[in-house]
Ligand binder design. Structure first.
Ligand code: HEC
Length: 189
């Protein structure tokens, strides 16, 4: 029930990080929302769940059928496609990001950068001045993730080699089960 947990509001960051050139974002707390914003929060969570389920489903399917090395190619080719499919279906923008990223393609949107830097481990919700919602939803490392994101000695050598080939700038290893791995970010118009 993370969804309804009180949201950390970092007022200090308001002036520094939550403003972009294009739009202004204000942190909001979930228990006190108006119905329209509450509906946007629910859409953000539904999109997060849909993308999480799709990614995990493909990942586990390919690992079982063809091993974790093949799954790296799948992540590479499919993570973006799945995100775009969920975005189109749910009418949102969505992606994944982290403070230690496998690829620069997963850099955070401008509104999320300050929270990524401070490693916010509670959900963050922001209201853009046009009413749109921006959500940053934490992802914890699970046992199934260790093969590709764990400590170096936990990652099989063949997987390490495949990662090095496909992701020369990889920083997304060294995580333990339960660690904050990163976030889903969602924008709901
Ligand atoms: C088979 C290897 C593999 C496994 C297992 C795996 N990942 Fe990844 N992960 C990747 C690859 C490859 C990428 C980069 C995908 C891309 O090109 O966008 C990635 C990217 C990510 C990102 C985006 C941020 C970044 O580092 O670029 C997050 C967050 C993430 N993974 C979380 C997880 C979680 C949580 C699990 C377990 C449920 C998991 N991963 C399991 C290979 C894996």
């Amino acid at each position: 029930m993370r969804a309804f947990a009180p949201v950390v509001v970092v007022l200090l960051l308001l002036g520094l990080g939550a403003c972009t050139r294009q739009a202004h974002y204000t942190p909001i707390t979930v228990p006190t929302l108006d119905p329209a914003t509450e509906a946007r929060v629910q859409r953000a969570l539904a999109a997060r769940d849909a993308l999480g389920k799709a990614l995990l489903g493909e990942l586990q399917g390919v690992i079982q059928a063809r091993g974790p090395e093949a799954a790296i190619e799948v992540c590479h080719d499919r993570a973006g496609v799945l995100a775009r499919e969920v975005a189109a279906r749910e009418g949102v923008a969505i992606g994944r990001t982290s403070f230690r990223r496998r690829t620069p393609n997963n850099a955070p949107p401008a509104w999320a950068a300050a929270y990524v830097e401070m490693r916010a481990d509670d959900a963050v919700y922001l209201r853009r001045d046009d009413g749109a919602l921006a959500a940053l939803l934490p992802i914890q490392l699970q046992p199934v993730c260790v093969t590709c994101h764990g400590l170096p000695e936990e990652i099989p050598p063949t997987v390490r080699a495949a990662l090095a080939r496909t992701y020369p700038l990889d920083q997304a290893t060294g995580f333990r089960v339960g660690d904050l791995r990163g976030w889903f970010w969602v924008e709901v118009p």
